[in-house]
Design a protein around this ligand. Structure first.
Ligand code: TAP
Length: 480
């Protein structure tokens, strides 16, 4: 049985203290592995959110705000090392909380440590400029933090998204308030403890748990918040956008996708097939950048679908440590994915299995490959957020582009071809934020700007680009 240390029971991290919800309300955490409750979290209300926002403001005006950029960076590097030291226990806790196989939780811990290392190292590297101007004047631009930043985090990659979002915000000197998802938040709370042990001043990192409709909404609407970073569904993202507009503050929205992998008939299919299967099965397909559509040029349809089917048929949804596919996050998500599978209006090419030792009350779903799928059908258009792959045939490059760009989303695309000119044309033609050529999602992409267009959201997280999002320019003109 996974062990991982559970953080202080049913407490929020506010101003350096572990406090219960003001109302005293708590809610259970259900493990996706066996469907059983195993911990309690604070069910916070607007008053708790308000306390966290005030604590962040106090930190900005106090010890946290007084640190130099290099000092902030050093604290972040220390936190990265603490996460690395505790990576195994954190991974076990993540698996119990989120359900993902331990091997994938371990990769998440490596990534979150790397985010704090990357942004810790970057904290003192982004600065303003002196701008040629009128005689007798010095004009310069300087980078400032927004102030108090709100981070609303989903359950699919809790710590990775915490690292990329809170890490970049802290590097630029913001004080942060995080509202993790109610379905997976314990590992973020534990990292909050590690941050305190690493020497972060109280109030730089605040974490408030509870329901999205209550605590999340209160945070997004709070007039003391200066910037919102949101990752989650398009519907809630739209509400966040409206809340930000009401308070006249900027936000970044990362809202998922229906990302295509496009395979031309000259592609290396042996290299492509396992990557295509991993890209939809890993993390249960509950990944914003999941490759949930595979567009296959007609000449290789039989060959590639046969290769994919062989792989799909061997995938088992299982609680095993090294499993490719674990349980989904919740009973609700399992029901949603099963509905898409049951109602799919396309032939089923292959179905994986649920392992015999998977607890019956766990949230396991066998992966499914459908094809040929009509590009306008729901399983080719809607984000399922589960291990369901829609295979779509095409004839010409122009048709592939039209199908690939023919959803409301635009996050990531994968192009598989050996033709260099076609690679360049396709990369330009994709209406999305990130394109992989002859690979997909390599290495987690911590250093690579990431974000979408249209229903996939806007703004860029990850890489150096996030530092621009989490800071603003001020122009200073000095007459002498
Ligand atoms: P959301 O409801 O969008 O949840 C994302 C985050 O927003 C969670 O922390 C949630 O808190 C919070 N939240 C919910 N309602 C809110 C509100 N009115 N104001 C402020 N914050 C609010 O996503 P979900 O219900 O967990 O998943 C639904 C679908 O969204 C999935 O099936 C998938 O298609 C998509 N999704 C996309 C992503 C990415 S990475 N783009 C991630 C997760 C889900 P609670 O968890 O406490 O409600």
């Amino acid at each position: 049985m996974p062990h991982g240390r559970v953080p202080p029971p049913a407490r929020n991290l506010i101003g350096g203290e572990w406090l219960p919800a003001t109302s005293g309300a708590v809610m259970p955490m259900i493990s996706p592995i066996d469907g059983q409750p195993f911990a309690m979290i604070a069910e916070s209300g607007p008053e708790d959110v308000d306390a966290a926002v005030r604590a962040a403001r106090t930190a900005l005006e106090g010890d946290w705000g007084r640190l130099t950029a290099a000092e902030r960076g050093r604290l972040m590097l220390r936190l990265a090392l603490r996460i690395e030291d505790e990576a195994e226990a954190l991974a076990q806790l993540e698996t119990r909380d989120n359900g993902k196989p331990v091997a994938q939780s371990r990769a998440d811990m490596t990534a979150v440590a790397r985010y704090f290392e990357y942004y810790g190292g970057a904290a003192d590297k982004l600065h303003g400029e002196v701008i040629p101007f009128l005689n007798g004047y010095d004009a310069m631009s300087m980078r400032e933090p927004h102030g108090v930043t709100a981070h609303i985090i989903p359950w699919n990659y809790p710590v990775q998204i915490f690292g990329r979002s809170v890490g970049a915000a802290l590097a630029m000197g913001n004080a942060t308030v995080t509202k993790p998802a109610e379905d997976a938040c314990l590992t973020i709370l534990r990292i909050g403890e590690l941050a305190a042990e690493s020497g972060f001043p109280p109030g730089a990192i605040n974490i408030v748990t509870g329901r999205g409709m209550v605590a999340g909404q209160a945070l997004s609407e709070h007039p003391g918040v200066d910037f919102i970073s949101f990752t989650g569904s398009p519907e809630v993202g739209q509400a966040i956008h409206i809340a930000a507009a009401r308070n006249h503050i900027p936000c970044t929205l990362e809202l998922g996708g229906k990302s295509p992998q496009i395979v031309f008939d000259d592609a290396d299919l042996v290299a492509a097939a396992p990557v295509i299967v991993n890209a939809i099965v890993q993390n249960g397909g509950q990944t914003c950048s999941a490759g949930s559509r595979v567009l296959i040029q007609r000449g290789i349809w039989e060959r590639l679908t046969t290769m994919l089917a062989e792989r799909f048929a061997t995938v088992e949804a299982s609680p095993a440590e090294g499993a490719l596919l674990g349980p989904l996050i919740s009973a609700r998500q399992k029901a949603r994915v099963e509905r898409y599978i049951d109602e799919a209006d396309a032939p089923l090419i292959a179905r994986g299995r649920i392992a015999q030792d998977a607890p019956a009350a766990g949230f396991y779903v066998a992966p499914a490959l459908f094809g040929p799928v009509d590009p306008t059908s729901p399983i080719a258009q809607e984000e399922i957020f589960g291990p369901v792959l829609a295979a779509i045939p095409f004839d010409s490059e122009a048709e592939a582009i039209a199908i690939a760009n023919g959803t409301e989303y635009g996050l990531v695309a994968g192009i598989w071809t050996k033709d260099g000119d076609r690679q360049a044309r396709m990369a330009r033609a994709m209406r999305c934020g990130q394109v992989f050529i002859n690979s997909y999602g390599a290495g987690g992409g911590i250093e690579l700007p990431f974000g979408g267009v249209r229903k996939s959201g806007h703004g860029r997280e990850k890489g150096f680009a996030a530092l621009y999002e989490f800071s603003r320019l001020k122009t200073v003109v000095h007459r002498f």
